[in-house]
Design a protein around this ligand. Structure first.
Ligand SMILES: NC(=O)c1ccc[n+]([C@@H]2O[C@H](COP(=O)([O-])OP(=O)(O)OC[C@H]3O[C@@H](n4cnc5c(N)ncnc54)[C@H](O)[C@@H]3O)[C@@H](O)[C@H]2O)c1
Length: 261
């Protein structure tokens, strides 16, 4: 029996691929024998480094809010590789602020990247996948799209929206053989949450409140994405995969028998 966890010969687009979780997804897909990955991002230099390091990766400068850019990228990918099997809508931005202090233009920009960017990806790529007879789309939401936090109201709203978009797309595209799922990471050590590059040990101490007692590594999210992208998840559609060390499994009560807090 062939290994259902492999992506042999498949063609993928990954957005937000220049660093963090997106880059880990590209590297994990390469380990899983993917045919080719188009790594899309706004960070050209980092993308070029990634593409130079791997012959099965090409760099594509794409702002996910750019509708025309999406059309050109999807068409060029199909033209160059004969089709498109996997879309990972991973690009995102985070703003920490109280709602009353958030400038409306910041709120609009965040929704534009995190929600409109995902919509445009689905909107543009789905017709190509339909023509091919199937495909997989995975959208990166967050634990903040399941349980909101204080001071990330705009971000949480965007990640709840990604969850809703994912479910609607799963309903509309499932009959065409296209599975659409979301991942909900929490506490991942990337430039988004760790802009000054503190060590994993230091970062882990900040996550004392998570049952696993540490932060998440980008490759731990990427492995979940690999599962959903692969035939091993052939019956997963509209699935929400939480990867958070138990952060939102429930309420941890300090001072109870066995509690470490
Ligand atoms: N780090 C976490 O703890 C965490 C938790 C939950 C969800 N997420 C989500 O995971 C995804 C990846 O985040 P990350 O932690 O790797 O962050 P990151 O900042 O390291 O990477 C995000 C990437 O997206 C790119 N990007 C931003 N705006 C873009 C745009 N308009 N067009 C194209 N690319 C753009 C950035 O250049 C960057 O390379 C995001 O959607 C984020 O919201 C992260």
């Amino acid at each position: 029996m062939s290994n259902p966890f492999l992506l042999t010969d498949r063609i993928a687009i990954v957005t937000g691929a220049a660093r963090g979780i997106g880059k880990a997804i590209v590297e994990t897909f390469l380990e899983a024998e993917i045919g080719h990955v188009v790594a899309a991002d706004v960070l050209q230099e980092e993308l070029n480094e990634l593409a130079e390091a791997h012959s099965r990766v090409s760099a594509a400068v794409l702002d996910v809010t750019d509708e025309q850019g999406w059309r050109e990228l999807a068409a060029a990918t199909v033209e160059a590789h004969g089709g498109l099997d996997i879309l990972i809508n991973n690009a995102g931005i985070l703003v920490f602020n109280l709602l009353e202090d958030t400038p409306p233009e910041d709120f609009r920009r965040l929704l534009d990247v995190n929600v409109n960017g995902v919509f445009l990806g689905i909107h543009t790529v789905a017709p190509h996948m339909k023509k091919r007879g199937g495909g997989v789309i995975i959208n990166t939401s967050s634990v903040s799209g399941v349980v909101p936090n204080n001071a990330t109201g705009a971000y949480g709203a965007s990640k709840f929206a990604v969850r809703g978009l994912t479910r609607s797309a799963a309903l509309e595209l499932g009959p065409h053989g296209i599975r659409v799922n979301s991942v909900h990471p929490g506490g991942v050590n990337t430039p988004m949450t760790n802009p000054f590059g503190q060590s994993q040990d230091v970062i882990d101490k900040n996550y004392y409140f998570i049952p696993l007692q540490r932060g998440c590594r980008p490759d731990e999210v990427a492995k979940g994405v690999l599962y959903l992208a692969s035939d091993a998840a052939a019956y997963c559609n509209g699935t929400e995969l939480v990867i958070d060390g138990g952060m939102i499994a429930g309420q941890y009560l300090p001072g109870m028998p066995g509690s470490l807090l």
